[in-house]
Design a protein around this ligand. Structure first.
Ligand code: NAP
Length: 260
């Protein structure tokens, strides 16, 4: 039996929709106080209002250091401590190399990679002071393990996050702060919906479990990293992908079809 996270304070960046919303809901369900952070306040507030008094919203842009410090100080003012950060905010615009501009590249790296760093920097003083903290980064299989045309900048940002957490884990260990990453495969979110029904159907067909992941699948992995019981796990990753990265070829999936 896992010890309760009730009363812990969690900040979820990119918490207003998609995987972030799944994280917010799951942490709220187990009794944590949750600050939902996204650039657009209305969506975050709507979510907070349906989840109850232990969830509140704040508008911040993770590409901006002052904005990150503002969400950290708001969490401290509202809840008195910051225990868990889900550094989840991210974007995945598509641009193949022949059309990718310097601005396209900078926007993805500054949101996904630098935004993660700025979010972490903002909460560290509070976590260090209390000598306890859990940081959970939402990386991806895309970049660290796989590739997909149009997402070279995105893949670089997601692989970069894993490079970051390995050194950060060493630096933060003396303060009892762990940092780990979940690596989702294709998770059914509004963001993914925007890629179209055809993309979603083809993706589901390429996953051994024959379905896209749910935001709850990812949130459960994050909940584990946030737990008291995961105290001795840091700098590590957990792939949440229904086996998506496992088939070594299309033939491996074809073989599966013949078995059922
Ligand atoms: P999503 O549905 O598009 O949601 C993205 C969230 O991030 C929103 O809350 C958005 O709110 C927020 N956000 C974007 N830019 C921001 C910024 N500069 N500052 C603050 N908040 C910002 O995306 P998702 O699919 O849930 O993805 C969430 C994370 O999971 C990303 O890091 C993504 O790389 C990762 N991931 C997703 C999948 C997948 O299949 N969906 C797979 C692997 C990894 P605002 O627009 O209001 O700011």
């Amino acid at each position: 039996m896992f010890r309760s996270l009730a009363g812990r304070t969690v900040i979820v960046t990119g918490g207003s929709r998609g995987i972030g919303r799944g994280l917010v809901k799951r942490f709220a369900e187990v009794g944590a106080n949750v600050l939902v952070v996204s650039r657009h306040l209305e969506q975050a507030e709507t979510l907070a209002s349906v989840l109850g008094s232990n969830v509140s919203a704040f508008a911040a842009d993770v590409t901006n250091p002052e904005s990150c410090h503002a969400f950290a100080s708001t969490a401290l003012k509202r809840y008195g401590h910051i225990d868990i950060l889900c550094a989840n905010a991210g974007i995945f615009p598509v641009a193949k190399l022949d059309v990718m501009t310097s601005e396209d590249f900078d926007l993805v790296l500054s949101t996904n990679l630098k935004g993660m760093f700025l979010s972490i920097s903002a909460v560290l003083p509070a976590m260090k002071q209390q000598q306890w903290g859990r940081i959970i980064v939402t990386s991806s299989i895309t970049g660290p393990i796989t590739g997909y045309p149009g997402w070279s900048h995105y893949g670089a940002s997601k692989a970069g996050q894993l490079g970051f957490i390995r050194t950060a884990a060493i630096e933060l260990a003396p303060w009892n702060i762990t940092i780990n990453a979940v690596m989702p495969g294709n998770i059914h979110t509004e963001g993914l919906d925007s890629l179209g029904a055809d993309y979603l159907a083809k993706m589901a067909a390429s996953i051994p479990m024959k379905r896209l992941g749910s935001v709850e699948d990812v949130a459960n992995a994050a909940l584990f990293f946030a737990s008291e019981e995961a105290a001795y796990i840091t700098g590590q990753t957990l792939v949440v992908d229904g086996g998506q990265v496992l088939p070594e070829s299309l033939m491996a999936l074809e073989e599966m079809k013949e078995m059922f």
